[in-house]
Design a protein around this ligand. Sequence first.
Ligand SMILES: Nc1ncnc2c1ncn2[C@@H]1O[C@H](COP(=O)(O)OP(=O)(O)OP(=O)(O)O)[C@@H](O)[C@H]1O
Length: 258
Amino acid sequence: MWWKRLSEKGFDQAVAHYIGKHPNFSFKKLLGYGAYGRAYLIEDCSSKLFVLKCLRPKHRHHKKTIQKFKQEIHILQQVSLPYVPTIHSTGTIQESPFFIMDYVNGQTFEQLIFEDGAKFTVVQSLAITKQLLEQIIELHNHGIVHRDLRIPNILLVHQQLHIIDFGLATTYQKHIDLSAIENPKRAENHISDLYFVGHFLLFLLYSDYKPSKRKEQAWQQELKLPIEVKDFLERLLWIQDPFNSALEAWQSVPSFTH
Ligand SMILES: Nc1ncnc2c1ncn2[C@@H]1O[C@H](COP(=O)(O)OP(=O)(O)OP(=O)(O)O)[C@@H](O)[C@H]1O
């Protein structure tokens, strides 16, 4: 609604004003916004860039949403990994909670594929997926499941993957009965992250796909993958028996010498 957008513009000005008064930071721009947060680029005195992520003002009185936002802060404070933004401070602006974290200065896989037209071969796609799985193993070892590993949340910086947006992350539950999982995306264990990795890998593989038939078919028919890659994907996507852990998935990434 137009008046809500207007009030968010006013809120952006309040954030710029708040940062303007801060002795160590200057305001650069609004980076973007999602369902819950608005993210701003800010800079410190030594020209290092940071992101200030703030709960959207329209949610500032919703207890559940505030709780969710605080959970994101709590999880980021718990993990200390080189490919996850470090959180530096927290506070509130006009009653909306915010936190300041490292800026990941790279490109998301959404930008790489859909804006830059990057194409990934099967071998490259598997190598990238293997690197992502290494990071997921560490996250799970820290007791965290991300649960939103989509292409806009995975960035590439000098050949290194980085993961952002822990808004749906939760603590890893060790004892979950697989038959009780109704939606793999929401599972509180490795099943969720591996399911997203399956979709991530499909995006990479489709980047190099040229349709030869008019009619859309299932990925298994369209992509014409080597059988071990198809089986690997089907296990990630829980079409076949799922992997028992991210480590097992990592160990099962098919390798090709050519
Ligand atoms: N640490 C970061 N480094 C670089 N860019 C970031 C960082 N955090 C967020 N962004 C960018 O800022 C924009 C908004 O991020 P945000 O996390 O608020 O969006 P979202 O994932 O849609 O949010 P929400 O969790 O509220 O649904 C996105 O374009 C995202 O790529």
